[in-house]
Design a protein around this ligand. Structure first.
Ligand code: 13P
Length: 251
C-alpha cells in the first residue's frame, strides 16, 4: 500500500433483521480505527435507513448493495439511486458477482447502473472477478479487463474519479478459500496496469483496489500488506462485530 487511504468495507448481503443490523452497527461504531481507514458497511435495503441513522457522527459510511439505473418507475422490488441516497447511502456497490451470476446483471446493465450512481453523486465500488473455470483456463485478466472495459464504458477519467474497484475472485467468495496474498497482488497489479493504459498513470495510482473473498481476521494482515491491495470487501466476517473490528484494525 502506498499513500492511498485504505478502505475496509463490509457487505452484509441478505442478512440481518432490523434489530440485528442496529446491534451490529452500534458495536462497530465502537470498534476504533487505528489505520484511519475509510470504513463502509452495506446493509440490506430494509436496514439501510436505520443503519445510516445509527452510524451518523461515527467514521462509518453506509453503502447500498446495488442500485437500479432509473430514478423511479415501474420496477418492482428494485431500489433507485435516489432512494438509496434518501435512506442515507453515500456509496453503492455495483456488479457484485452475485448480481452478475444470480440476477443476470450484464456488463451493459452494470454500465447503466454506474451512470445512474454517478449522476446522483453516489461513490461507486465496482466489483470484478473471475470464476474458477476462467482462472483454470488462464483467462483471469481477460475476463477482468472486459468487465472493466464494458462496465465502465463511455466514462471519462474525470467522471470516474474516486471510483473504487473491488477484485473478488468468484471461487473465493463464501467458500473459505482465500486467494493467496501473491495471487491477490498479481491481479491487483494487473488491474492497476490496465487502469494506467485505459486512463492514466495518475488515475491508476489514485484508484483504490479492494480484495474480497473469504477475508478473515486471520488473513487480513497478510492481504493488506500487499502493495497494490488498498482494502478489503468482506462478506461473512463483516456480520460478526469482533471479527470485523479486527479486520478494520488490521496490522
Ligand atoms: P465472503 O467474505 O463471505 O467470502 O464474501 C465476499 C464478498 O462477496 C463481499 O462482497
Amino acid at each position: 500500500m502506498t499513500n492511498r487511504t485504505p478502505i475496509i468495507a463490509g457487505n452484509w448481503k441478505m442478512h440481518n433483521t432490523l434489530a440485528e443490523s442496529a446491534a451490529l452497527i452500534t458495536a462497530l461504531t465502537k470498534a476504533g480505527n487505528k489505520n484511519k481507514a475509510e470504513i463502509i458497511v452495506a446493509p440490506s435495503y430494509t436496514s439501510l435507513a436505520e443503519v445510516a441513522k445509527l452510524a451518523r457522527g461515527s467514521e462509518i459510511q453506509v453503502a447500498s448493495q446495488d442500485v437500479h439505473w432509473e430514478d423511479k418507475g415501474a420496477f418492482t422490488s428494485a431500489v433507485s439511486p435516489v432512494q438509496a441516497k434518501d435512506a442515507g447511502a453515500t456509496i453503492t456497490l455495483i456488479g457484485h458477482s452475485e448480481r452478475r451470476s444470480v440476477f443476470g446483471d450484464s456488463d451493459e446493465i452494470l454500465n447503466k447502473k454506474v451512470a445512474a450512481a454517478l449522476r446522483h453523486g453516489l461513490k461507486v465500488i465496482f466489483c470484478v472477478g473471475e470464476t474458477l473455470q476462467e482462472r483454470e483456463e488462464n483467462k483471469t485478466m481477460q475476463v477482468i479487463e472486459s468487465q472493466l472495459k464494458n462496465g465502465l464504458a463511455n466514462f471519462t477519467q474525470e467522471q470516474l474519479k474516486g471510483i473504487v474497484i473491488a477484485y473478488e475472485p468468484v471461487w473465493a467468495i463464501g467458500t473459505g478459500k482465500t486467494a493467496t496474498p501473491e495471487q491477490a497482488q498479481e491481479v491487483h497489479a494487473a488491474i492497476r496496469a490496465y487502469l494506467t493504459g485505459a486512463y492514466s498513470e495518475d488515475f491508476a495510482q489514485a484508484t483504490r483496489i479492494l480484495y474480497g473473498g473469504s477475508v478473515k481476521d486471520s488473513n487480513v494482515d497478510e492481504i493488506m500488506a500487499q502493495p497494490d491491495v488498498d482494502g478489503a470487501l468482506v462478506g461473512g466476517q463483516s456480520l460478526i462485530a469482533e471479527k470485523f473490528a479486527r479486520i478494520i484494525n488490521f496490522n
